[in-house]
Ligand binder design. Structure first.
Ligand SMILES: C[S@@+](CC[C@H](N)C(=O)[O-])C[C@H]1O[C@@H](n2cnc3c(N)ncnc32)[C@H](O)[C@@H]1O
Length: 213
């Protein structure tokens, strides 16, 4: 494992308890994110889909939401501690350690996937690998939804604002960059949106939904 990936994994192992405490139910207070995820779920169901990946699933907080939408999610995360708490808190759902750049799913085995605030840690040269993996595991006609911190594509350090002695590389990405990555990997972008930063956020947030062609 390279230095950047190890640093990211170790940081998220430490962040897992804070994520559980602060974020477990935050989707209930986020109507815009519910709307984007709801659109994604409707599109998956409209194609007869039932099974989706949650890549970079963190604590697994989205799994119960997907279940309410009639979808079975299969979560994957780099951080063993994130996976441990996901299994503890959502024992009826499936979670596994894994990497976005080498997903533990068979070819065309998913009806869709989400990468919810999880693709933004990949350095530019490794993004094509991760998007190619999504194109491999999502069947033609399946969907992908992503959320990310929107910015100018420059490298930043994350984690500094938190009470942990951690740091990791993160990129606040532009909508255009993410759209190009998806198109290059064999997806058609169906929807994009964004919202301004809230008072406690340093940057706007962006959302995209795409279909595997
Ligand atoms: C900001 S958290 C978001 C977690 C979850 N999607 C959510 O919305 O609560 C980002 C997660 O992506 C995971 N992650 C980052 N890079 C990854 C990679 N290359 N492979 C798998 N997981 C990764 C981190 O370990 C972390 O749990």
């Amino acid at each position: 494992m390279d230095r950047r990936t190890r640093e990211l994994r170790d940081a998220h192992d430490l962040l897992a308890p804070m994520y559980v405490e602060r974020l477990a139910h935050i989707l209930d207070e986020m109507p815009i994110e519910q709307a984007v995820l709801g659109l994604f779920c409707s599109l998956v169901r409209a194609e007869g889909g039932t099974t989706i990946g949650d890549v970079g699933c963190g604590t697994g907080r989205l799994a119960p939401y997907f279940a309410t939408q009639g979808l079975r999610s299969r979560g994957v995360d780099l951080s063993p501690e994130m996976i441990r708490v996901a299994r503890r808190d959502y024992p009826d759902h499936e979670f596994a350690e894994g990497d976005l750049r080498s997903l533990p799913f068979a070819d065309a085995s998913l009806d869709g996937a989400v990468g919810w605030y999880s693709m933004m840690y990949l350095p530019p040269e490794e993004r094509p690998i991760a998007y190619a993996e999504l194109a491999r595991v999502i069947r033609p006609g399946g969907h992908f939804a992503t959320a990310f911190k929107e910015g100018d594509d420059t490298l930043r350090r994350g984690g500094r604002s938190l009470d942990h002695k951690i740091g990791f590389d993160i990129w606040w990405q532009s909508q255009g960059e993410v759209q190009s990555r998806l198109t290059d990997a064999g997806f058609q972008v169906l929807f994009w949106a964004g919202r301004p930063a809230e008072p406690d956020e340093p940057q706007p947030q962006a959302y995209l939904v795409a279909q595997r062609v």
